[in-house]
Design a protein. Structure first.
Lengths: 433, 433
């Protein structure tokens, strides 16, 4: 237990956007209490950003200033660098490396950086006995990193899944609430500041994939494998899919799932149906939620704001407190050389029930051709309905029993080529809640 | 960062009931991985229980045996005592004290012990630089202790609330699902092993009160004040209250709430209405869930199994890992001498909306007498309905606007004394979600 006569922990903040400013606000609001909690004084020494003069709603005049984040990281009056610049390369990476190289701790909210270079940075950190923490990089204010690396460490984890991107969840929730289509709601999200001008990273599923790759590593003790994540975005989801799903008791969410079976790991980001009554199914707006399944604990759920100034800064300061108290820990819950290479599970062998929406010409025998193909590909039908109230009476929705992903894909390809098929079928996995 | 050449952490387990056996099972299943995670070997040295011969589904022959838990706690080949005997006094307290007195760590699942003697035990622990951890004491497998003491430490917490007793939640869920009454479902819960033969601690709200007193301390940095918790159980809840609440969009849960305002703390355990659509409102069966509100993070929710062998043992082992890695930390998140005395908020000054169910004689003017009393006590009505399908046509349910607790109580007393009132009104607070 440290006492308050322990030396101060001197902090530098690289990046003074929303999150960086949030960190300054927390330290200004709760500084003395946080130092008590840390068992030593926390002192913000210096900051760096692109524009010193910009108004950020916080006074930065009392801190040393650096134009260059790498110069900040190299200052010998900094014991800990908070990196909130963003981006998987460039100044964020250079600053983190510069800090770790001299044994200074790094706290970051940068999922892209860690998903791309987490292994190398962790190696550098552990070699120098520096800490590298990233609670804020996954699900913002939700302490899922600490939960997986510490609180649930007694368990063999079999699956981690949830909603890791607030922008997508906002868009899907709004589409459902208002009956508007994807493009329309995306434009609204952009005007509200919930989606970027170039929304690809969010709506294409990449942001969630970065976060999932980090959660897999924590859950399974395997090295970060971003390339092993299969990624599909929400761009194809139509308002009618959302409505049909709701009529069957489901909601459509962009689900990130990592599961392990027989030493192999499956990592998927895709829009899925999930029971409306479940914790994930009930999640609205920009919230994030993660479900963990462990062999002793069973299912636990962690839910909260996945982004934004306050929540993200809250997670960063928690990491600072942890480092102030306990110093460096293994970055991914166990020493980096203990992480095993991740063995990818071929997705085509994985089974799940599916939602399949078809558009068929309205003539006798059309549906029989489709069901013939499904039967011939070993896919059995659990529910089938012509959805009421659709403008096109030949819209048919099928819920399958568990089917192999490979079989489903092959059936969809065959159905697409049928003459009676007016559009390629829309197939979505149903995630078990 | 510790290396694997660090000395072993030698563990003794006092109590081999369900939870103690669960700990042994986790160590047997995941021992080597846990030692890697801990950065040092974890070695189970000795155990103690009432009956050595009892079959617990785990082999205890390789461990040293003590009949007396205090003798176990005093063994010099034990660095950490896991206390899972239970009870606020007697052998559990004696064993914990004996371990702490010689500087050995204690990990416990014993909320009754800590709610009664947490301050004194923490003082002893911190004086001896021993750790005292209790993740398993609140909400079983849900890591809410760590969340409040570490992950959310950047925040000033304004409210912590949730469902902390699985037995009550099971009973209320079953009453709702089956339309059966309280006594009937309680008997079923007893036969299923979800409720004790003497169910008072659970259904009377005391178990939740113990847990709430610990959460308040963590959230607000105030000393444990079990006597300051106002406690009301679920015994008075009728199947019709549950049904009426559902018709208005609410569910009835045993809610434990601790909130802080102007330096004063309110601690309440009581059956409340809560919106059915909320995270807590959606909680079924024996699950627990806790919502935390912080000034920067906003609302976060933690949910999972609140009791049982696996979940509770999982939380205990997480505490063991934490002590193995980081040694002793302040027991309640900050040094015990920093905890301020808890200043109680007088509940009569607190405002909330209320559900009030009345049974009136069926004659003109009866309701006017009631509304006259409410109006005269400064309580305004938000909704009023004669609930359809009730056997008694004069059952009236009123949802009030925010009303002072003191005013509500005084109005209820006056209504009880009315000649037109056939039974005392049932008044339940509506918890804000």
């Amino acid at each position: 237990m440290m006492t308050e006569t322990a030396p101060a922990l001197r902090i530098g903040v690289a990046g003074l956007g929303t999150v960086g400013a949030g960190v300054l606000k927390i330290l200004a609001a709760h500084g003395p209490r946080l130092s008590t909690h840390a068992g030593r004084p926390l002192v913000l020494t210096a900051v760096s950003a692109r524009n010193r003069a910009k108004d950020r709603g916080v006074d930065i005049s009392q801190f040393e200033w650096e134009d260059d984040p790498v110069a900040l990281a190299r200052r010998d009056d900094i014991d800990l660098l908070i990196e909130v610049i963003g981006g998987s390369n460039g100044p964020a990476k250079a600053a983190a490396e510069a800090a770790l190289a001299r044994g200074a701790h790094v706290v970051t909210a940068n999922k892209a950086l860690l998903a791309a270079h987490g292994g190398a940075l962790a190696e550098m950190a552990e070699e120098k006995r520096a800490g590298l923490r990233f609670e804020a990089a996954v699900a913002g204010g939700v302490p899922i990193v600490k939960a997986l690396s510490d609180s649930l460490a007694a368990n063999a984890i079999s699956r981690v899944y949830g909603v890791l991107n607030g922008t997508c969840n906002f868009i899907l929730t709004e589409m459902e609430r208002t009956g508007r289509d994807y493009q329309d709601v995306l434009a609204e999200a952009q005007s509200l500041g919930y989606a970027e001008a170039d929304p690809t990273a969010d709506v294409g599923g990449w942001d969630a994939a970065h976060k999932l790759a980090l959660l897999s590593t924590l859950a399974f003790g395997a090295s970060v494998d971003l390339d092993g994540v299969s990624v599909e975005g929400i761009e194809r989801i139509s308002e009618s899919d959302i409505r049909f799903a709701a009529e069957l008791g489901y909601r459509i969410k962009l689900i990130a799932t990592a599961s392990r079976d027989g030493g192999q790991t499956l990592q998927q980001v895709a829009p899925c149906l999930i029971p409306a009554e479940s914790a994930i199914g009930g999640l609205d707006g920009v919230m994030n939620a993660v479900v963990c399944e462990g062999d002793f604990v069973g299912q636990t759920v962690f839910e909260g704001p996945g982004a934004g100034e306050g929540p993200t800064a809250s997670a960063i300061v928690a990491d600072v407190l942890e480092l102030a108290r306990n110093g460096a820990q293994p970055v991914f819950g166990q020493p980096i050389q203990r992480l095993t290479p991740l063995r990818r599970m071929p997705p085509e062998n994985v089974s799940a029930p599916y939602y399949v929406r078809l558009k068929l010409v309205d003539r006798p025998g059309a549906l029989a051709e489709v069901t013939g193909i499904l039967g011939g590909t070993d896919i059995s039908i659990h529910q089938m309905r012509q959805i009421g109230g659709t403008p096109d009476p030949a819209s048919v929705v099928i819920i399958t029993h568990e089917a192999r992903d490979g079989d489903l894909r092959s059936a969809v390809a065959k159905i697409t080529n049928l003459e009676v098929s007016l559009a390629p079928p829309m197939a979505l996995r149903i995630e078990r809640a």
